[in-house]
Design a protein around this ligand. Structure first.
Ligand code: BGC
Length: 768
């Protein structure tokens, strides 16, 4: 496997950071993504303050969007009407440096030294440059940038210029670039949006000696956006319009330092009239606290994160780097205010337009649930807040009752213009219900269920009785849907969908009955709010009991849907490597007619609904579907790794895990320049916990079945579960379970019951 950062920049893989030693070159566009900073709200691509982006100058705000009508030259009833897309907002990072009248740019003069690094414990992007101007003036530029984890609206830059071999004039000019536009997608649906031109119109630009506040409005979605900058510098600013310049005559060895505090606030966050005030306040507070204070705060925040979330793998530095890089980017990308979520590409790029998918519930959610449960809860809160829109969508789709979540969205609107691989993925409803069930199993927080969860689960369960029907043999069938595998569309009885719908309806019935018994007032409120009718709970039970789950007796496998096995097998031997991903080279119909999968589908059901299958079933299903899966989706390999572990295919488990763990760092899907792959990043964490450590949390309890991959010396991770914090360490000598926090915890280890308590907080056992 090629290791981009190592090979290209000759930097050995370092377990806690990424580093580059050249600013430009063929990897620059990719590195803009890898070095992106974020705090779950603001996202700044890793472009340079001085500009000259190799690929895309991008600044984003999670959940801040523009919308526009989707035009279908050939229309049909009920198609998604409005696209929401994450906007590229003004670039507030801009800084220009002039040395004795000569402008610093990377491709003029001489670059004497360059290094840039992002340390996952510091959360600060640090860059050192030594440059000699065409006339021979040498400067060192030390810049540091951070997006504050603890201050949603704030980012900051320190920019220090030292005169190395001369005495003379140095000028640092700072501004906000408001003329930004989004990237256009072209033919690749994974790249950007279909929009053209600027989406923000400027209302005002207020500048004073300290900085500037830019107010803009989105043309269609109507949001107000404030972008502000405020400076702290030893010399006063000589403002020229929108540019704030700070100059000094330096002696040799002297430095000029500028601190730039940036704020973004929008009317999606607070009321309109609060927007400018909050932006000013946040900048003033940051400036007063000072840059060093922000750096220290960042360290404290990350310290806590790593103390609980760190996954340690000994024996492979490149892998360790990949695992931490992924965890770090997830933390940078995830919305935590209950009104935002995590986009497929986080806040690092415009791929998939900043949309949220099922990626959240099935991939990202468990990572946060077991590492930072309060963030997981905020993600569920987001779905609760999306219920009104999901109800509207259900009505558009002719469901008289219930709620249907959008396949892809930002603020709750269905944004999927291609319904066969979009709206048809009704499994999104069951995926959300699955995550609520997992939340309950992991936290026991029934208050949340009573207040929010039950309403979501029950409203969304109704869609199954709405679209399903009984066939002549009395089996409950769900027709004309698309499962997770997007290379097979609009089928009857997709196994994954049906099995998840069964879980969903059972869970809805259980929740309803428990609520009625334990909290009758809450039950009455929820039932009243959704207009639950007599007989609905029983209907969920009957439909689950009669659910059609396709199984092929001859092959002894679960069929992906009613038609999958009768399709023509894809000619893998005759498909050259450059024809992958297939979606870029074949019409969808050609793909749909064949036995070929983009990603785990039945195999995902084996993982999520683990207790419903025998080990032999799992092995046969794995063998069959592995042969027909391209893994063209970055969501696939990690699932195959976890199931391979379970069925005893250690080499395959390792291979698929490695495909996932450095997917972005090594750009193996060749599109990381448009943003990181958050689902695969979370799949890496799952690959360790669910995969190598064999963790499952199901209705029958918590279990582990750890194994140590041959190439590793040891690995260690922690999980928050049932009020405890459990540390799991695996090495050649065996497994060490330790209750790091909490009163007690019960689980099984390869089938043997274990009980940890404060009095007996740890135990050593043999690995497999
Ligand atoms: C996958 C989907 C996924 C989406 C966003 C697609 O390529 O097939 O399963 O939700 O990407 O990550």
């Amino acid at each position: 496997m090629e290791n981009v950062i190592d090979v290209i920049d000759a930097v050995p893989a370092e377990p806690w950071q990424i580093r580059e030693t050249a600013p430009l070159g063929p990897r620059a566009f990719l590195h803009e993504t890898l070095f992106a900073l974020g705090n779950g709200y603001i996202g700044l691509r890793g472009t340079h303050e001085e500009g000259g982006a190799a690929g895309l100058e991008g600044s984003y705000l999670n959940g801040f969007y523009e919308n526009e009508a989707i035009h279908y030259p050939e229309n049909a009833y009920g198609l998604a009407r409005t696209n929401e897309f994450m906007l590229n907002v003004p670039n507030a990072k801009c800084i220009a440096l002039t040395v004795e009248g000569e402008r610093f740019v990377f491709d003029a003069g001489k670059l004497l030294a360059y290094e840039r690094s992002l340390d996952f414990r510091k959360g600060v992007l640090e860059r050192t440059v030594e440059w000699e101007s065409p006339q021979g003036h040498r400067v060192r530029i030390d810049s540091r940038r951070l997006v504050c984890f603890g201050r949603k609206h704030v980012a900051a830059i320190e920019y220090r210029v030292t005169a190395l071999n001369f005495a003379g004039r140095v000028e640092i000019a700072s501004r906000i670039d408001s003329e930004v536009t989004n990237l256009q997608a072209g033919d690749d649906p994974r790249v950007g949006s279909a929009v053209t031109g600027p989406a923000l119109s400027t209302l005002s630009r207020e500048a004073d000696g300290e900085g500037e506040l830019l107010l803009q409005r989105t043309r269609n979605s109507g949001f107000l956006l404030a972008t502000g900058m405020r400076h702290v510098c030893a010399t006063a600013s000589a403002g020229r319009g929108a540019v704030h310049a700070f100059g000094a005559s330096l002696r040799e060895g002297e430095a000029l330092t500028l601190h730039k505090f940036i704020a973004y606030v929008s009317s999606r966050d607070v009321a309109e009239d609060e927007v400018p005030r909050l932006a000013r306040e946040e900048m003033a507070r940051a400036a007063q606290d000072g840059f060093a204070h922000l750096v220290a705060e960042q360290g404290v925040y990350l310290d806590r994160f790593w103390r609980e979330a760190d996954v340690q793998i000994e024996g492979d530095d490149a892998l360790q780097q990949g695992v931490r890089f992924n965890q770090y980017h997830l933390l940078q990308s995830v919305g935590r205010d209950g009104r935002t979520n995590i986009a497929a590409k986080g806040v690092t790029g415009e791929g998939y337009e900043g949309h949220y998918f099922w990626d959240t519930e099935i991939y990202v959610f468990p990572f946060f649930l077991f590492s930072r449960p309060e963030i997981a809860r905020a993600l569920l809160q987001y779905r609760y807040n999306g219920l009104p829109k999901a109800r509207e969508r259900a009505r558009q789709m002719s469901h008289a009752t219930g709620a249907l979540y959008p396949w892809r969205t930002i603020a709750g609107e269905e944004c999927s213009a291609y319904y066969p691989a979009g709206t048809a993925q009704y499994h999104i409803n069951a995926d959300v219900a699955y995550s609520i069930r997992l939340y309950l199993l992991a936290t026991g927080d029934f208050d949340f269920i009573a207040q929010y969860g039950a309403e979501i689960v029950m409203e969304t369960a109704r869609i199954w009785t709405g679209i399903g029907s009984y066939d002549r043999e009395g089996r409950f069938c769900i027709n004309e849907v698309t499962g997770p595998d997007e290379y097979t569309a609009l089928v009857n009885n997709n196994y994954y969908t049906n099995a998840m719908a069964r879980m969903h309806m059972r869970f809805a019935a259980d929740m309803a009955e428990r609520l009625r018994a334990e909290r009758p007032a809450d039950f009455a409120r929820v039932a009243g709010a959704i207009g639950l009718e007599d007989g609905e709970i029983a209907a969920w039970r009957s439909a689950s009991a009669a659910m059609r789950l396709p199984y092929d007796e001859a092959l002894g496998i679960h069929e992906q849907d009613d038609s999958f096995l009768s399709k023509k097998p894809w000619d893998f031997a005759g498909t050259p490597k450059d024809k992958y991903p297939l979606l870029l080279h074949y019409h969808p119909l050609v793909i749909y007619r064949h036995q070929v999968c983009k990603q785990a589908d039945v195999v995902l059901a084996l993982l999520l609904l683990s207790d419903e299958f025998s080990l032999d079933d799992k092995r046969r299903d794995f063998d069959f579907y592995e042969r027909v899966t391209t893994h063209d989706s970055s969501l696939s390999s990690c699932i195959f790794s976890m199931v391979a572990n379970e069925v005893g295919y250690a080499d395959k488990a390792y291979h698929y895990f490695m495909e996932t763990a450095r997917l972005d760092l090594d750009n193996t899907h060749a599109n990381t320049e448009y943003g990181v792959h958050t689902a695969a990043m979370a799949g890496t964490w799952l690959g360790v916990a669910y995969g190598f450590a064999g963790m499952r949390l199901t209705g029958s309890g918590l279990r582990f079945a750890p194994a140590l991959p041959g190439k590793w010396t040891s690995y260690r991770f922690q999980v928050h579960v049932q009020g405890a914090l459990l540390a799991v360490s695996v090495d050649a000598a065996g497994v060490h379970y330790k209750l790091a926090d909490g009163e007690s915890l019960a689980f099984t280890h390869h089938g043997t019951a274990v009980q940890l308590t404060r009095a007996n907080p740890d135990i050593r056992l043999e690995a497999a």
